[in-house]
Design a protein around this ligand. Sequence first.
Ligand SMILES: [Zn+2]
Length: 399
Amino acid sequence: MLEYDLLLRGGTLIDPAAGVHALKDVAVTGGKIAAICDPGTEQRARKIVDVGGLQVVPGLIDMHVHVFPGVSHFGVDPDSTCIARGVTTAVDFGTAGGLIFDGFRQLVIDRANTRVFALLHIAGQGMISSPGTLPALGELTDLRYCNVENVVRTVERHRDCIVGIKIRLTENLAEEGKNEAPGLQLARQAADETGLPLVIHSPDSSLPMSHVMNNMRTGDVLTHCYHGRRCGIVDEKGRVLPETKDKLDEGLLMDVGHGWGSFSWPVAQSMVDAGVIADFISSDLHTYNLHGPVFDLLTTMDKFLLLGMDFDEVIRRTTAEPAKFLNRQHEIGTLAVGATADITVLEIEEGKFPLKDSHGVIKNGTQRLEVRHTFRAGRPTGLLPRPTEQHLHARAATS
Ligand SMILES: [Zn+2]
């Protein structure tokens, strides 16, 4: 009889990409999924892990993190915040621009145990200063840093890991708003010239949402979609703006990007109730929200369970959907036979769990996800507990 490297036995397999939700054993050989077996069938494996009562899902993908520690003040360590908390793949959301991306590749992508992809910031220096740093300068303060030729050359060097072009449209990052519209034009141009999606952050932009929408195309991403600040996608009554609705119908994608200031319970609830659902459930994990209110991707997933989203849909938006965006849906985000054996094993804990949004509003959840095992390409990785709550000075954060 065939002997597998690893067998996860007795768990419930939930793989939305493959349409599977059933009691199944998962067999791994050579870092790949070798077989999905009916429970109770005799299988031989060098290592057998009993996952009875647990949920076996594809390695989670956090579409929105900032993981360039020591260079950007936003940056957190990818391995202690992502893979140690069940996230096997993370997308750095434009922390680095073209002037520093070679360093991001060498210091983070090539070294981390977490699989890291990246958006490239339109501004060459990326997110290394903000209104809360010294100097107190946003990345769009001087548009000479937004050099399209530099963006194109950087993408050519790193096309295997750069998956989009990022811009933050926020008034106080852009010379009191003066540089927002021309910066957006440059980002649009860079996305067109590289053939990559444009990814826009809009909270507290001085531009009307219609202006932002006019610059977005099918396959582009609007992040921080459930924020309660200026330049959101809902009107004061919580209804989705018509210009946004049209774009969503055409295939604009939405990302949660919870962050320090971008997840509002009332906005998220009204939009989920109206069926306007983000494609990607992501944390926007960075220095200023790691110790609350974000903590990790799992806590953001808990919030969507509380909003009434089905568990399988929460998993789809943290596995299959981001894998599709990354154009790696046959390798990651699924546990189909032949896929990379990135696997997260979760326990659904029952109880009373306070969950705080970005405005300090607390709702009590009845379920909480906790990671019990993580495997990257079939190898077990170490886990860490959820970060503790601390009140950090958060002036430097704008997302
Ligand atoms: Zn972010």
